[in-house]
Design a binder for this molecule. Structure first.
Ligand SMILES: Nc1ncnc2c1ncn2[C@@H]1O[C@H](COP(=O)(O)OP(=O)(O)OP(=O)(O)O)[C@@H](O)[C@H]1O
Ligand SMILES: [Mg+2]
Length: 286
C-alpha cells in the first residue's frame, strides 16, 4: 500500500504533486439526537496529501461537526470516513490512531497551566513511540519551529496569547502527524497574532508538505488556503480551489529543513548538529 513515487518520509520531492487521498468522507451524515439536529447531511469530501484546506461557513453550519468527523473525534450517524484508504468505522482503538496520525489545534489552546511550554509539547508524546530521554530535545526543536526557542521554560500564563497558540501548534506536531486539523485556531487572537499563526500554517504546508485542514470565520485568512470548502445548513455548499492550484503540492522535500540548515522554517531554529526531528512525518503508511 505504499506509494513508490513517494520518498520514504512521505514527501513528494521536487514539487511533484500528490494525487493520493489521505482523508475521505463518503455520504457522511451526523444527526444529534437531542433536538434532532441534522448537523451534517450527506457530505462527501476527498482531501489529498499535502493539501491546505479551509472550511468556512456561518455559525451552526456544521464546520466543527465536520472537523470532528475528519479528526475521528466523533463517529458519523451514517456514511464512512476513510483515513489512508482504511474505513475508520472498523478501527477499534480510535484514540491510538488519532494520537499517532492527527494533530489538533483548538481555539482555546488547552495548554496545561502548570507545565512549561516544553513540557506541554511533550504531553502527546506519551502516546507516541519516542523514548523518554529524547522527548525534551524534540519538544525544544518543535518550539523552535514555531519561533519560540526563547520561551521553552515559560508557563502558559507567562506567554502572550499568540505564543500560547504557537505552543499548541508545536504540541500538535509532537507525534509527527500526517494531518493537522484546527478549529478556529485564531478565534481568540488579535489580528497580528492571527496573521502570525496563519503564516505558520502556510509555511508548515509549503515547506514541510503538511496536510492542513482548518476552520476560520475570517474571509481574509481563509482565502490563503489552496482550497475552500463552504458549509451551509449541514451541507457542503461549495468546494473550490484557489486559481492556479491544480493539485496539492508538497513543495519541498522537507529533509533539508530537518537540520535547520535551509531557509524558511529552518531559520527559526538555532543550528543543531543533529536533529531528531523528522521532516514532518507524513510517514509512509502501511
Ligand atoms: N452535541 C450536540 N448536540 C446537539 N446539537 C449539536 C451538538 N453539537 C452541535 N450541534 C448543533 O449542530 C449544528 C452544527 O454545529 P457545529 O458546531 O458543527 O457548527 P459550526 O459551523 O462549527 O458553528 P460555529 O461557527 O458557531 O462554531 C448546530 O446547529 C449546533 O447547534
Ligand atoms: Mg464550530
Amino acid at each position: 500500500m505504499s506509494n513508490n513515487a513517494m520518498s520514504n518520509n512521505g514527501f513528494y520531492p521536487n514539487g511533484s504533486a500528490s494525487s493520493q487521498s489521505i482523508l475521505r468522507t463518503e455520504h457522511v451524515t451526523k444527526t444529534y439526537t437531542d433536538g434532532q439536529v441534522n448537523a451534517l447531511v450527506d457530505v462527501s469530501i476527498d482531501i489529498h496529501r499535502g493539501e491546505y484546506v479551509s472550511i468556512m461557513g456561518p455559525s451552526g453550519s456544521g464546520k466543527s461537526t465536520l472537523l470532528n468527523m475528519l479528526g475521528m473525534l466523533d463517529r458519523p450517524t451514517s456514511g464512512e470516513v476513510f483515513l489512508d484508504g482504511q474505513p475508520v468505522s472498523r478501527v477499534k482503538s480510535l484514540d491510538q490512531l488519532r494520537a499517532q496520525k492527527i494533530g489538533f489545534v483548538f481555539q482555546s489552546f488547552y495548554l496545561l497551566p502548570v507545565l512549561s511550554a516544553e513540557e506541554n509539547v511533550q504531553v502527546p508524546m506519551f502516546e507516541g513511540t519516542l523514548p523518554m530521554n529524547l522527548r525534551p530535545q524534540k519538544a525544544a526543536e518543535l518550539l523552535a519551529v514555531v519561533g519560540l526557542s526563547h520561551r521553552v521554560n515559560h508557563l502558559p500564563l507567562q506567554l502572550s496569547v499568540g505564543e500560547r497558540q504557537r505552543v499548541a501548534i508545536a504540541r500538535a506536531l509532537a507525534n509527527d502527524p500526517i494531518l493537522l486539523l484546527a478549529d478556529e485556531p485564531t478565534g481568540n487572537l488579535d489580528s497580528k497574532s492571527a496573521d502570525g499563526v496563519f503564516e505558520l500554517f502556510a509555511r508548515l504546508h509549503r515547506e514541510r508538505g503538511m496536510t492542513i485542514i482548518l476552520i476560520t470565520h475570517s474571509d481574509d485568512l481563509g482565502q490563503r488556503a489552496d482550497r475552500i470548502i463552504r458549509m451551509q445548513d449541514g451541507h457542503m455548499h461549495s468546494d473550490t480551489r484557489s486559481p492556479g492550484v491544480a493539485m496539492p503540492i508538497a513543495a519541498n522535500n522537507g529533509a533539508s529543513n530537518a537540520n535547520g540548515s535551509s531557509s524558511g522554517l529552518g531559520m527559526l531554529r538555532p543550528p543543531r548538529p543533529k536533529s531528531i526531528l523528522p521532516p514532518f512525518a507524513v510517514p509512509d503508511h502501511g
